[in-house]
Design a protein around this ligand. Structure first.
Ligand SMILES: N[C@@H](CCC(=O)N[C@@H](CS)C(=O)NCC(=O)O)C(=O)O
Length: 214
């Protein structure tokens, strides 16, 4: 049986959502962020040395990192559904989009959050990241003006990864100039799998991360 370690208001929402989309059976273990620091509790640090969400346990393996967990679940537990196979003409695009959320989009958003939380003070640093953040949102906006999902063939697990990152962008006030991204996020939230994930995993309230948002 798959075990999903879920931290409230966190990236592990992606994994609960993916399990619901794939119809995988799973045991959900809920952990609560520290109300002030928002860090993981001791219970999650006891599961894995990094104390990060998402973390899964399956077939004697303990796995962290959203991208890795997503590919693992699609291929090992989901019969390849919502992923794209190496023989697919969309394989490269799928891998790119899967890696993009954590690899390129999120780091700028994290700097933005930490900058606000620590009182700022280095305009040159945030100026650099403001440009990066806007450039990245523009890049995805241009793609989603053309189609409903990241891949031409339709919804994939890469949309699950990006969906949570864009929820974070939204709470940081970064989607105001991007109507296609807001419409995409609304479409994702309307999915039955997304709704079931909220029912089982609890609401996604990222407002605690909105302090000092633009
Ligand atoms: N790159 C990792 C990032 C994992 C991560 O930073 N998770 C956050 C939750 S959104 C976390 O566990 N934060 C609590 C902490 O670090 O104490 C992934 O995609 O899974």
């Amino acid at each position: 049986m798959l075990t999903v370690h879920h931290l409230n208001n966190s990236r592990s929402h992606r994994i609960v959502w993916l399990c619901e989309e794939l119809g995988i059976e799973y045991r959900l273990v809920k952990h609560q962020r520290h109300p002030e620091t928002q860090r993981s509790p001791e219970s999650l640090n006891q599961v894995h040395p990094l104390g990060k969400a998402p973390t899964i346990e399956h077939a004697g393996q303990l796995i962290v990192e959203s991208d890795a967990i997503i590919e693992y679940l699609c291929n090992v537990c989901g019969g390849g559904r919502l992923s794209r196979a190496p023989a697919s003409t969309e394989y490269g695009a799928y891998l790119q989009w899967l890696a993009y959320s954590e690899g390129t989009l999120f780091p700028g958003l994290l700097v933005d959050l930490v900058y606000a939380w620590t009182g700022g003070g280095n305009a040159a640093l945030m100026g650099f990241f403001d440009v990066e953040i806007a450039k990245n949102h523009r890049y995805v906006e241009n793609v989603l003006e053309q189609r409903e999902h990241l891949l031409e063939s339709g919804f994939s697990a890469a949309d699950v990864n990006l969906g949570w990152s864009l929820e974070f962008s939204e709470c940081r006030g970064r989607l105001k100039d991007f109507p296609a991204l807001r419409a995409y996020l609304a479409r994702l939230r309307e999915r039955d799998g997304y709704r079931r994930a909220i029912e089982r995993g609890g609401p996604q309230d990222l407002s605690v991360f909105s302090a000092g948002a633009t």
